[in-house]
Ligand binder design. Sequence first.
Ligand code: CAA
Length: 382
Amino acid sequence: MEFGFSEEQRMLQDVARRIAREKIAPSAEYHDRTGEFPLENIRALGENGLMGIEVPAEYGGAAMDTVAYVLAMIEIAAADAAHSTILSVNNSLFCNGILSFGTEAQKQKYVRDIAEGREIGAFALTESQSGSDATAMRCRAIRQDDGSFLVNGKKSWITSGPVARYIVLFAVTDPGQGARGITAFLIDTAREGFHRGKTEPKMGIRASATCEIEFTDYRVRPDEVLGAEGQGFKIAMGVLDAGRIGIASQAIGIARAAYEATIAYVKERKAFGQPIGAFQMTQAKIADMKCKLDAALLLTLRAAWLKSQGQRFSTEASVAKLTASEAAMWITHQALQIHGGMGYSKELPVERYFRDAKITEIYEGTSEIQRLVIARNETGLR
Ligand code: CAA
């Protein structure tokens, strides 16, 4: 068993840490307050290989493994969670899906611009009435005589929707077939029939733009179908398995930032004549924070390692996401409590960590869905 990282993994971690400290952290408060999309920083991340970490070099990526992706995500999320959301959708949900299921021409056309940070990608599965129950989607794609599809319908909660050039879309092609009646399509948002709707006013990850999108007679050419017709749900589930490793990493980054802020604060802040870190009640919280953080990190690296080895990792990805997201919520909650009034104030980033942590228990499968996936896989029962 090997607990060390390779030289390449450490190098990517260093690059991510440098950009996080020099470019992202200084403007994190501004981006949170204004909700402005950090396009310039995203371009810088792309130029340094961070928008296509696992993408082979021939498609413009850094050609690294999933462990490197985890390390980079943690550094970016520790500086600002919203940046890591954009990074995770480009890497996990967009590039990963096309690399796994796309044709050579699709990889050439769609992956390079996203991996190099010139364009933004998005993933459109959710609808207003179908979140956890993804097969309940209504967005419809009807095959035409010439082999193209006409798409009509709406999608909700599309991360990077307001700025995305390309989107992996899931729509019903065969109603009545449930999961087997869903197909994945590659959408160019510059084309006729694509519209952007209302932007979500979110509690956290505010600089990661999120909106509704709508299709009215949007025509998808046959070469823009991703994978086989009817394979869309499996593609979505496979992509989300990988995505959950990214969200686990994001949760660890947020939690680490809150933890480090807390360690510094408890040594400096005094009450009743001593640093508050000397009180046993604070020490117990610090110890529990540390245990949860380490457990989340090791479980996430395990899932990443399995994926990099080409082994099954669906259960381990859900275990990692569930553990890390609940750890992040708990750790940021305790960090805020230990900071007292200062934790509740916008003068410090602790309240932002708390708001940002919450989304990791919701998107890419709620904690309830992670428990369902883990228990189904473990028992074989459903
Ligand atoms: N990999 C590959 N195939 C899978 C799979 C996986 N991990 N999980 C299920 N499948 C396959 C099944 O084998 C089955 O195939 P067959 O029809 O051939 O048997 C098919 O998919 C249907 O599976 P289920 O019957 O298990 O499907 P279900 O309707 O019971 O749903 C679920 C399962 C786990 C609840 C799933 O719907 C799910 O994960 N829901 C959560 C959706 C989600 O995570 N949404 C997040 C939105 S995206 C987002 O958040 C992005 C963002 O903005 C950042």
